[in-house]
Write a protein that binds this ligand. Structure first.
Ligand SMILES: Cc1cc2nc3c(=O)[nH]c(=O)nc-3n(C[C@H](O)[C@H](O)[C@H](O)COP(=O)(O)OP(=O)(O)OC[C@H]3O[C@@H](n4cnc5c(N)ncnc54)[C@H](O)[C@@H]3O)c2cc1C
Length: 236
């Protein structure tokens, strides 16, 4: 299998660099029953589910970078409960879509919370909610729209004036704000690493990855070759 384009993130992600060194990468020719490419949230979820359903299989989770160094580990660390952008303009279909997204987000948060707690994943999980704050008039009008969307959805929030905001977030820069309680804050690289390290299975899935900081050199690349039958093999 050939991939023409590999990730080319820089080497300056503090989330990742503040963690202890990762496990040793896979090397040499190895065989697995299943290979999942990409150890971001999608690959981690697929590997976990596959290992739960097929605990006897050997699963390789392979990434072109170190686990935690991709977008899932270098993002802003907000696990949001509310829709990223509201569809609700007042009509029923959009409102139903927003509510469905909130239910999905709530389910994802509950699932992650269980995983973080049961495996003791040290990712600074914080149930702190999220502040939306404004300085200019335009920002304040945007806050009004946000408030209307929250009201339509029946989502809880608190209004904060400049003094209340300053007391909570430590700066008097903003003129007003809204706090919504359901958002979780995490150290994303630590969460990704912890999810990879706690994958289930018997034998345990290989929490493998190939490549290093010189990962774009051709010799560091991984060749995947299907083996006999339907089981793919991974050669690093
Ligand atoms: C700056 C920024 C901030 C963000 N903030 C947030 C936030 O606060 N909250 C939030 O929920 N979302 C946030 N996101 C979005 C979130 O990070 C992505 O939605 C999420 O990472 C997608 O996960 P994924 O598993 O689909 O992809 P990725 O995390 O990109 O995982 C894909 C993995 O595949 C690997 N890969 C790619 N090609 C190959 C190949 N050929 N061979 C082997 N491996 C390969 C990559 O190295 C990567 O690790 C943010 C994104 C960015 C860029």
């Amino acid at each position: 299998m050939k991939a023409g384009i590999l990730p080319n993130d820089d080497d300056s992600c503090g989330w990742y660099l503040s963690l202890p060194p990762p496990a040793t990468p896979l090397t040499g020719a190895q065989s697995f029953d299943h290979v999942i490419l990409g150890a971001g949230f999608a690959g981690l979820a697929a590997a976990r589910r596959l290992a739960q359903h097929l605990p006897e299989r050997e699963i390789a989770l392979i990434d072109a970078q170190r686990v935690g160094d991709g977008a899932s580990g270098r993002n802003s660390g907000f696990i949001i409960d509310l829709p990223h952008s509201f569809a609700a303009a007042g009509h029923g279909g959009a409102l139903a879509r927003d509510r469905a997204e909130m239910r999905l987000n709530d389910f994802a948060i509950a699932t992650l919370r269980d995983l973080v707690r049961s495996h003791g994943i040290d990712c600074q999980w914080g149930e702190r909610g999220k502040y939306h704050a404004a300085v200019e008039d335009k920002g304040r009008r945007d806050l009004d729209g946000f408030r209307r969307s929250l009201d339509r959805l029946g989502a809880p929030y608190r209004d904060l004036d400049a003094a209340a905001l300053a007391a909570e977030i430590g700066t008097g820069y903003y003129r007003e704000g809204i706090h919504t309680p359901g958002c979780i804050l995490i150290q994303p690289a630590a969460l990704v690493r912890g999810l990879a390290a706690s994958l289930p299975g018997n034998p345990a899935p290989v929490r493998g990855f190939a490549g290093d900081r010189n990962r774009h050199r051709r010799r560091d690349r991984v060749a995947l070759r299907p083996g006999a039958g339907s089981a793919p093999r991974a050669c690093c």
